[in-house]
Design a protein around this ligand. Structure first.
Ligand code: RP5
Length: 175
């Protein structure tokens, strides 16, 4: 594994009100021992901070950025415009459109400035996608991710036993 002390993922929230998503991201990164940092910077309210953060990110040692934003979610795109690091957008649900506005704003980037998108409020997936990118060059992290996926698979398999009031498919059906 790489040095686990220095943050390698930067998580930028468009507002402190997006904090619940940061908690999901933090839980996932902690489970995988990925060092990260969190800040608040708004594409519309503090655009100069977003620009500076994105421009400094690579030289500060960050390898992936996650932009968390709701409503007219310009944040991931604005980060992507100012760096060559991979940027993952996490659309936050809420407002009159329930997060569809943020999802489309993040997904519909113009050619030349890509930002990846995960589902609305999909904080865990945003963190796991960042982890997969980092695992390309980190064997220890690859192994940790593989174990994480194995645990999720075990949960699904053991949940079958809870269907015991129904005619359950035999385990041989999966071999
Ligand atoms: C977006 O507007 C933020 O990311 C947040 O999801 C939403 C509402 O922000 P607040 O008015 O709660 O600060 O920019």
């Amino acid at each position: 594994m790489e040095d686990r002390k220095h943050p390698i993922v930067g998580v930028v929230l468009g507002s402190k009100s997006d904090l619940a998503q940061a908690v999901k991201i933090a839980e996932t990164f902690d489970a995988l021992a990925i060092p990260f940092e969190v800040t608040v910077a708004s594409a519309h309210r503090t655009p100069e901070d977003v620009t500076a953060y994105a421009r400094n990110a690579r030289s500060r040692g960050l390898k992936v950025l996650i932009g968390v934003a709701g409503l007219a979610a310009a944040l991931p795109g604005c980060l992507a415009a100012e760096t060559t690091l991979p940027v993952i957008g996490l659309p936050v649900g809420g407002g009159t459109l329930g997060g569809m506005d943020a999802l489309l704003a993040i997904a519909q980037m113009p050619p030349g400035v890509p930002a990846a998108t995960v589902g609305i409020n999909a904080g865990q997936n945003a963190a796991l996608l960042a982890a997969r990118i980092l695992a390309l060059s980190d064997k220890g992290l690859h192994e940790a991710l593989w174990a994480f996926q194995g645990q999720a698979a075990d949960k699904v398999r053991s949940s079958r036993k809870e269907l015991d009031t129904l005619p359950l498919a035999p385990e041989e059906a999966f071999r």
